[in-house]
Design a protein around this ligand. Structure first.
Ligand SMILES: Nc1ncnc2c1ncn2[C@@H]1O[C@H](COP(=O)(O)OP(=O)(O)OP(=O)(O)O)[C@@H](O)[C@H]1O
Ligand SMILES: [Mg+2]
Length: 251
């Protein structure tokens, strides 16, 4: 499904190299967790995958179902089935959450040559999905993310994911700032979406999330490179011993 080959990327503005040769293969149905110290390039990897134009790929390739997506813009990648849940979801004053959700769904349908979702279908879909994620109708009436608490923003992101039914879901620290109940709600939301034709990349600092969303593969990123890959037990090991065994902390 996703094949990242020797990916090098830098910040467009000042040319700082952040990703230094990432190789990663994610197959349909798999959940990959990416862990790693602050500043190791985890969020950068998610931005580069989603096509954010602040970054430049200088070497390597990103293949989605066998084809390079490097020339595709963020909207085209979204239409192809990419979804990124941000570490820090942005607030958009003046745009009602419902309007945003409907526009997002329709933009993808349009890109795929499908007709727009009808209002009754949309209302039904949102009602079902928001109920599952404990999102109040009051929240849906407010402008997108404005005044949402940290945890509410994260739940809202998972709702977008559930509505858009993407093929590749990238979750950047979706667990940070969640209370214990919200963590469960979010994990259940993710687990409900797990399917043989959908894959997840879950970026997290805490093993705790991986108790709920059990990954197939765990990677450690350090200085823009994957330095260790293992199974779920790797996350447990990291929780106990930190990154010192895999990362040259002193440098
Ligand atoms: N637009 C930018 N301008 C300057 N530096 C940047 C920019 N984007 C990323 N960086 C730098 O790139 C490095 C990697 O950042 P990134 O956000 O990918 O780390 P991370 O692994 O997600 O960290 P965290 O665990 O703290 O979220 C950091 O040193 C960061 O300061
Ligand atoms: Mg980050």
């Amino acid at each position: 499904m996703l094949e990242i080959k020797n990916l090098h990327a830098r910040i467009a503005e000042d040319g700082t190299e952040i990703l230094n040769g990432i190789d990663l293969v994610v197959k349909p149905g798999e959940v990959h967790a990416i862990m790693g110290p602050n500043g190791s390039g985890k969020s950068t990897l998610s931005y580069v995958l989603s096509g954010k134009d602040d970054y430049e790929v200088t070497e390597g390739d990103i293949l989605f179902n066998g084809e390079s997506i490097l020339e595709l813009g963020p909207d085209e990648r979204a239409a192809a089935g990419f979804f990124l849940a941000f570490q820090y979801p942005i607030e958009i004053p003046g745009v009602a959450t419902m309007t945003f959700l409907k526009a997002a769904i329709n933009a993808q349908r349009k890109a795929r040559g499908e007709s727009e979702i009808t209002t009754p279908d949309f209302m039904r879909l949102v009602k079902e999905t928001s109920a599952k994620l404990n999102i109040s109708s009051d929240m849906l009436k407010r402008p997108l993310n404005v005044g949402f608490s940290g945890g509410e923003k994260k739940r809202n992101e998972i709702m977008q994911m559930a509505l858009l039914q993407p093929k590749l879901c990238i979750l950047d620290e979706t667990d940070s700032g969640l209370d214990i109940d919200a963590l469960k709600v979010v994990s259940e939301g993710v687990n409900a979406l797990r399917s043989p034709d959908r894959a997840f990349i879950v970026i997290t600092h805490y093993q705790r999330l991986l108790d709920h969303i059990v990954p197939d593969v765990v990677h450690v990123l350090s200085k823009g490179r994957i330095v260790k890959t293992g199974g779920p037990e790797l996350a447990l090991e990291l929780e106990k011993n930190g990154y010192a065994d895999f990362v040259d902390v002193a440098a």
